[in-house]
Design a protein around this ligand. Sequence first.
Ligand code: CA
Length: 222
Amino acid sequence: MSNRTINLTDTVYDYLLQHSLREDEIARALRESTAAHEWARMQIAPEQGQFMALQAELLGARRGIEIGTFTGYSALCLARALGADGRLVCCDVSAEWTAIGIPFWERAGVRERIDLRIAPALDTLAALLAEGGRGRYDLAFVDADKTNYANYYDACLQLLRPGGLLMFDNTLWGGSVADAADQDADTVAIRALNDRLHADPRVSMSLVPIGDGLTLARKRSD
Ligand code: CA
């Protein structure tokens, strides 16, 4: 025992899932339907989906933004947590990938909560601002092209209300952020975002070692 985050062996990880995960049949079916996809690694871990849904519940969130929907697992988790009058704007560039998730959103009864916009996310975020969305969103989940994370941060900070929550996925990036020799463009972009978030007085934040690293950043009052 020590005062650092536990190392999850397979045995401990299995225990964690058995004593934490409450994934239902619809979510499991969506996850399993994506498992054979060539980009299946882009799907979040189920315990991360549950954790993000809990954050949304704690926040009493009703209006959310997701940047990078892929086949819709995280959107399913978040849309459920936003409640019956919730709205989740989902940004993705692939109609093909997101189409995999739609039947599952329908089965879960959350399809009408999800406003799916197939376009470059920066265009959609600009449109939300132009529609009067500034300060009107409770949360945003960012899990798309890493080299645009800084731009997504700038746009989402404008769209979130004070007290709103930003969640950035993949902020440990398989551990490569800690390897100075790794100068891949995605790694460099995530590293720069991590540096910026850590130093940014506009947010309270924590980098949580769940999934591939999830940074929570709560927008402080203006
Ligand atoms: Ca991801």
